[in-house]
Design a protein around this ligand. Structure first.
Ligand code: CTP
Length: 398
């Protein structure tokens, strides 16, 4: 998500500094380039080796060393500076323009947006002086983040606790949210469906939902208004998307069709059951005899029905999971279901398909283009699929 983004992570001397290590990891994992700047008192809480090992870059902490001019370079280099934790002391220095260490110097030299994540004891946080400093920093253009409430290292309880690394990460991600898909409504289906046999059993498949959730997250990140309709998965709905939880193929059909007409694009990434039990027993089915048959009936083909009444200009994308005659089968689905393009994954490819974090696909479109992509993370692939959607939107506009 944050690939290519340049972030200065400022750390000050607070017990909450351990959370910065986790934030640093999240940022690096998301592809950001992070340079860490510490105040001298951070040494009491964290070793620089931990921070330099995780960021892959040396930590800037001594303004009087030979790299003394780095504060200016860092201030110009960064797309974002976040100070987490920001102690009362550092906030006071920032608000008065003091410049007595590496971090305060970088702050004064920074031309990028600056986010501050305060961390201190409840009384220090509520003190009128701290509150005035925070207000002033806000009016100077800083993005002053809330604090959490709860157990504090002092043993007291209340406000002043720094936000959790995951919360900070999400705020940073939102900050960098793009606009390539802004104004576009995109519906994405994900996960398996479950077809009940009786109150305790169901028929389903191995879909994890990872591909659909990665698409929803990436579409939101590109600025789209995203609706995610998901069968049962172990995943948490991505932040910012409208989430509808469904169980059966019929539920998914109803949820998707209810919203379909207003969408600019629909991506059916769900592994929808093709058959469902003819009847659902009210009570648990008791065993009897050595074998049993379960009569099944066809479910509605959601994608096919969307293709049949597709509003003008809407982009329809489907997946095809195949184990043999892959290109041929996928092409048949592309035409039969009137998709704009189909994303084919073959279970014969290592690392592709259900449950993996990676996928290897071939994209085939109505114009006859066939593009075989290398093995990628599902997040990267989500980006590629959405780039293809963006190209189609652009082509339709012209
Ligand atoms: N699909 C759907 N409704 C169904 C079955 C599938 O909308 N009842 C969608 C899937 O979400 C996917 C595409 O159709 O985007 C192709 O699904 P797939 O399971 O590969 O193919 P099927 O059409 O079900 O054909 P088969 O199982 O015979 O290969």
């Amino acid at each position: 998500m944050l690939s290519g983004k340049k972030i200065v992570l400022g750390i000050t001397g607070s017990i909450a500094a351990y959370k910065s290590v986790l934030l640093l990891r999240l940022l690096i994992k998301a592809g950001a380039e992070v340079k860490v700047v510490c105040t001298p008192s951070v040494n009491a809480f964290l070793g620089e080796l931990t921070l330099s090992s995780l960021s892959g870059k040396s930590v800037f902490s001594g303004i009087w060393e030979e790299n003394w001019s780095e504060h200016v370079e860092l201030g110009l280099w960064a797309d974002l500076m976040i100070v987490a934790p920001a102690t009362a002391n550092t906030l006071a220095k920032f608000s008065h323009g003091l410049c007595d260490n590496a971090l305060t110097a970088v702050y004064l030299a920074a031309r990028c947006p600056v986010m501050l994540a305060p961390a201190m004891d409840v009384d220090m946080y509520k003190h009128s002086r701290t509150q005035k400093n925070l207000k002033e920093l806000e009016s100077d253009g800083c993005i002053v983040l809330e604090t959490g409430e709860g157990f504090l290292a002092s043993g007291l309880e209340g406000v002043g606790r720094m936000l959790e690394p995951e919360e900070l990460y999400e705020i940073i991600e939102s900050h960098f949210r793009g606009s390539e898909l802004s104004g576009k409504k995109i519906l994405i289906s994900a996960g398996p469906t479950q077809e009940s046999l009786d109150p305790v059993r169901f028929i389903s498949n191995h879909s994890s939902g990872k591909m659909g959730y990665a698409l929803a997250k990436a579409a939101w990140y590109m600025g789209a208004d995203v609706s995610l309709v998901s069968g049962p998965t172990q995943l948490s709905p991505p932040k910012g998307v409208t989430f509808t939880n469904v169980i059966s193929a019929q539920d998914m059909f109803e949820a998707v069709t209810a919203e379909a007409d207003e969408q600019d694009c629909i991506i059916m990434a769900a592994a929808v059951a093709d058959y469902t039990p003819l009847t659902k027993a009210d009570q648990k089915i008791k065993k009897s005899g050595d074998d049993m048959q379960i009569p099944l009936k066809r479910t509605k083909d959601i994608l096919k029905s969307l293709g049949e009444k597709k509003p003008e200009g809407q982009i329809l994308v489907g997946f095809a999971m195949e184990t043999e005659n892959e290109l041929d089968n996928a092409q048949k689905k592309l035409f039969k279901k009137k998709m704009d393009f189909v994303v084919l994954n073959s279970l014969r490819d290592k690392g592709a398909g259900f449950k993996h974090d990676t996928n290897k696909v071939t994209i085939m479109d109505q114009a006859g283009n066939v593009e075989a992509l290398p093995l990628k993370s599902k997040e990267e692939l989500a980006g590629d699929i959405l780039q293809k959607v963006i190209k189609l939107f652009a082509a339709r506009k012209t």
